[in-house]
Design a protein around this ligand. Structure first.
Ligand code: G3P
Length: 225
């Protein structure tokens, strides 16, 4: 049976942190790419849209967001098609810092699926996780907004939200995988998240803002051992 390590995913969201833009995004991507290769753990970087093309040449890449605008006379949209053309293999949708309507979530999941791209829909409560699971995303990411950026891990501070979300999502659609994020800062946080039944975790500030991002990522990966 494939172990938790092989199944798990670590998504590193560079957000709009100054330490994660342009060439700095590529540096962080190189750290992630090397560790993904050496550890066998699936590590995905989610950079600014303008960095997808460069980062995707180094490590697996998800967009932070894609719009549901149609191809054609559009200005300023980030289309799933263009994210794919830039090398992204998937996209976050409805992150707490980039919320979209239910219709746009549903449309986005379907459009990414049609492009053979993965979707990771963010939810702030187990009830919303269950609702979004009906749209058939690849992943649901449960992230309580109040813990985002806090350094206090969801797997420690609010484990029930993880287990309840997994239970509700699997009851709606057993094929949807559940990951969790917010405050994940160490291998121990990730170990606990996996122990609770999640199939990976999202991290941002602990990695992007670290003095030694490589050491932080090595510790996170160590949590999967
Ligand atoms: O997308 C994951 C992000 O929202 C978590 O942020 O800084 O708590 O790891 P952070």
């Amino acid at each position: 049976m494939i172990g938790k390590r092989e199944m798990a995913l670590i998504l590193l969201n560079l957000k709009a942190y100054e330490q994660g833009i342009g060439e700095k995004a590529e540096t962080l991507a190189s750290i992630a790419g090397e560790l993904a290769k050496s550890s066998g753990v699936r590590i995905v970087i989610s950079p600014q849209a303008t960095d997808i093309a460069a980062v995707s040449k180094i490590v697996e890449t998800f967009a932070q967001h894609v719009d549901s605008a149609p191809l054609g006379a559009q200005t300023g949209s980030i289309l799933p098609e263009s994210a794919k053309a830039a090398g992204a293999t998937g996209s976050l949708l409805n992150h707490a810092e980039r919320q979209i309507s239910d219709d746009d979530i549903k449309t986005g999941v379907a459009r990414l699926k049609a492009l053979e791209m993965e979707s990771m829909v963010c939810a702030s409560t187990p009830e919303l996780a269950a609702k979004y699971a009906e749209y058939g995303p690849t992943y649901i990411a449960i992230e309580p907004p109040e813990l985002i950026g806090s350094g206090v891990s969801v797997s420690t501070a609010n484990p029930d939200i993880v287990t309840e979300s997994i239970e509700k999502v699997k009851a709606v659609n057993p094929s949807v995988k559940v990951v969790c994020g917010a405050g994940i800062s160490s291998g121990e946080d990730l170990r606990k998240a996996i122990e609770l039944g999640s199939e990976g975790a999202l991290a941002a500030s602990a990695f992007v803002k670290a003095d030694d991002p490589k050491a932080v990522l090595e510790d996170l990966v160590g949590g999967l051992k």
